[in-house]
Every structure is written in structure tokens, then in C-alpha cells.
Design a protein around this ligand. Structure first.
Ligand code: CAA
Ligand code: NAD
Length: 284
């Protein structure tokens, strides 16, 4: 595949907006689409304030900042994606919703375009099977927050071609990221290991072993993690954590992956973490 000139990102939440920012900062034109107009305007203002912060700190020049913002276009019309070389999907962590989006993307985008998913855990092989181009479907898993975190986990579905893998790896490196490669099993590498730890932190809280503050301080100061597991769960989104645990539980078929009832209850109550102002902790 020749060099990617235009990326289309679907989903303007915390991941999609961060991915769009990273692409624009690396000289690539970006279309960002979300169904929800409010999400699009929030994405636009959070990218602008992140760029302005970098300009005021001197991390990038004023001219570079203006250029980054010029490379970004926000759209509520998926049809605008017909010119994209590479699509990165970052919508809700639901297999059915992702599959129905990939059916549409398969029809709208040019036949050479690669369709990547930023899914945290869902089978790339099954997402790919909803398209007529499974060889051009791949997992491209950014970490949160995408502008800061160095890693991209690339996931090859059963039919992903070597050319698709090579183009995705080249793009990830052009974005300044380090690549690891995972086979297509539930949760891949990072979340297979991280989410059971977060789930166990919920069980530690649920069974009254310790307070939330002591659990987080224990893991921050005891193991040098930048955030405690409950603070990190709020940062990721409790809905995202629960969806991943459910995929691990179903996909790997072991009860050790059963989501903690407290995590389920928080999500049922709409306590989704920082994005809602309340999760394990409250945010003002
Ligand atoms: N966008 C752009 N830049 C950001 C940012 C964002 N959303 N958030 C923070 N930054 C930048 C800040 O501007 C700052 O930059 P400078 O050093 O140039 O000043 C730098 O990052 C550090 O930020 P802060 O000083 O505000 O805060 P901090 O030192 O506490 O770091 C953090 C914030 C980077 C988020 C850090 O707490 C951290 O690394 N936390 C753990 C994050 C993590 O584990 N992510 C992976 C989650 S798992 C996942 O993503 C996979 C999944 O599928 C769920
Ligand atoms: P989010 O809730 O912040 O944003 C999701 C966005 O997708 C919302 O703005 C929503 O309006 C939009 N959306 C939903 N369905 C859509 C559709 N059919 N078409 C267009 N837009 C649609 O979620 P997020 O945290 O950004 O997660 C997005 C994806 O990235 C998920 O698959 C998640 O597992 C993955 N991911 C999340 C993290 C994290 O830490 N939150 C890290 C890595 C990967």
C-alpha cells in the first residue's frame, strides 16, 4: 500500500479524538465522525485545548499547532469517508454495533482502504467476517491517552493479509508508536493481563478488604503504577472495563474472568467513571 494520506476515524470519544489528534500531529489529514453531534463538538474542543496547551508550553510552535488543527475535519456524515485510505474505528465496545458499522464502512470506502478497529478485546476475525474484505481488516489498539501512550497493539485476524499488517505497522511507527503483535484471542495481550487486575481491585473493595484509597495507594506506591487500578478504571471508563471482562469471560470460558458484581452495579447505576463525573470516585 502507498503512504497513507487520509485517515478516517469513527467515534469521537476519548479514544477516537486522541487518535485523530495523533494522526494530525504526524502530518496526516483526518476526518473524525461521530453519530452524536455533542461528542463531535466535545472532541473538537478537547483537541484544540490539548494543542493550545502544547503551544503554550513550547512543545510545538504556534504555526505547527495551527497546521495540526487545519488537518482535522469533523463530520456527522459517514459518506465523507469515501476518500480515506485507512479507517480506524473507535466506537462503543459492542460486537454487534461494531459489525453493523463495518458493513457500512465496507460499502462506503474505496476497495483498497484498510479497516482497522481500536477494539480492546473483541475478535477481529468476527468483525472482519461482516465485510467482503477480511484480508484488509486488522486490530490497531491504541492505549489511553493516545497522544501520550507509546504503544500500539496490532491484532491479526484469521484472514488479515501480510500487506495489511505491514501497512498498519508502518503507519503506527509513523505515528511515533512502538508496536507489539497479538494473535486474535479475547483481550489480546494488554487487556488479558490488565483487566483481571482491575476486576480483582473491585473484588478487593467489594469484599471489604480495604478502602478504595488504600487499594490505589497500595498499587501506586507498592508497584510504581502511575495510577491505582480503581483510578485507572475510572479513567478508562467502567463501561469499557465491564465490556472487556464480559468478552474475556465468554471468550476464554473460565470463571476467574467473571466481572465483579460491584463493577456491574456501578455501570448499571451510570457511574461510568471520569467521563460521567462519577465512577469509583467523584470528579468535579
Ligand atoms: N492528551 C494529550 N496529552 C495529555 C493527555 C491527553 N489526554 N493527558 C495527559 N497529557 C500530557 C500532559 O499534557 C503532560 O505533558 P507534559 O509532560 O508535556 O507536560 C503529560 O501528559 C503528563 O500529564 P499530567 O502531568 O497531566 O498528568 P500525569 O503525570 O498524572 O500523567 C497520565 C497522566 C499520562 C494519564 C498518567 O497518569 C498515566 O500514565 N496513567 C496510566 C495510563 C494507562 O495505564 N493507560 C493505559 C490504560 S489501558 C488501555 O488504554 C487499553 C484499553 O483497551 C482499556
Ligand atoms: P467513548 O464512550 O468515550 O466514545 C465512544 C464514541 O463512539 C461516543 O462518542 C459515541 O457517540 C460514538 N459512537 C457509538 N456508536 C457509534 C456509531 N455506530 N457510529 C459512530 N459513532 C458511534 O469510548 P472510548 O473509551 O473512546 O472507547 C472507544 C473504543 O476504544 C472501544 O472499542 C474501547 O474498547 C476502545 N478502547 C478504549 C480505551 C479506554 O481506555 N477507554 C483504550 C483503548 C481502546
Amino acid at each position: 500500500m502507498s503512504e497513507v494520506k487520509m485517515i478516517a476515524v469513527v467515534g469521537g470519544g476519548q479514544m477516537g479524538s486522541g487518535i485523530a489528534q495523533v494522526a494530525a500531529m504526524n502530518g496526516i489529514d483526518v476526518f473524525l465522525h461521530d453519530l452524536d453531534p455533542q461528542a463531535l463538538s466535545k472532541a473538537s474542543s478537547s483537541i484544540s485545548s490539548s494543542i493550545h496547551r502544547m503551544v503554550s508550553k513550547g512543545t510545538i510552535s504556534q504555526t505547527a499547532g495551527v497546521d495540526v488543527l487545519k488537518r482535522l475535519r469533523f463530520t456527522s456524515n459517514l459518506e465523507d469517508f469515501h476518500t480515506a485510505d485507512f479507517v480506524i474505528e473507535a466506537i462503543v465496545e459492542s460486537e454487534d454495533v461494531k459489525k453493523s458499522l463495518f458493513v457500512k464502512l465496507d460499502k462506503i470506502t474505496k476497495s483498497s482502504a484498510i479497516l482497522a478497529s481500536n477494539t480492546s478485546s473483541i475478535s477481529i476475525t468476527r468483525i472482519a467476517s461482516s465485510t467482503t474484505r477480511p484480508r484488509q481488516v486488522i486490530g490497531m489498539h491504541f492505549m489511553n491517552p493516545p497522544p501520550v501512550m507509546k504503544l500500539i497493539e496490532i491484532v491479526r485476524g484469521a484472514d488479515t493479509s501480510d500487506d495489511t499488517f505491514a501497512a498498519t505497522k508502518a503507519l503506527s511507527e509513523r505515528l511515533g508508536k512502538v508496536v507489539i503483535t497479538s494473535q486474535d484471542y479475547s483481550g489480546f495481550i494488554v487487556n488479558r493481563i490488565l483487566m483481571p487486575m482491575i476486576n480483582e481491585a473491585f473484588f478487593t473493595l467489594y469484599t471489604g478488604v480495604a478502602t478504595k484509597e488504600d487499594i490505589d495507594t497500595g498499587m501506586k506506591l507498592g508497584t510504581n503504577h502511575p495510577m491505582g487500578p480503581l483510578e485507572l478504571a475510572d479513567f478508562i471508563g467502567l463501561d469499557v472495563c465491564l465490556s472487556i471482562m464480559r468478552v474475556l469471560h465468554t471468550g476464554l470460558g473460565d470463571n476467574k474472568y467473571a466481572p465483579c458484581p460491584l463493577l456491574v452495579q456501578y455501570v448499571d447505576a451510570g457511574r461510568l467513571g471520569r467521563k460521567r463525573g462519577i465512577g469509583v470516585y467523584e470528579y468535579s
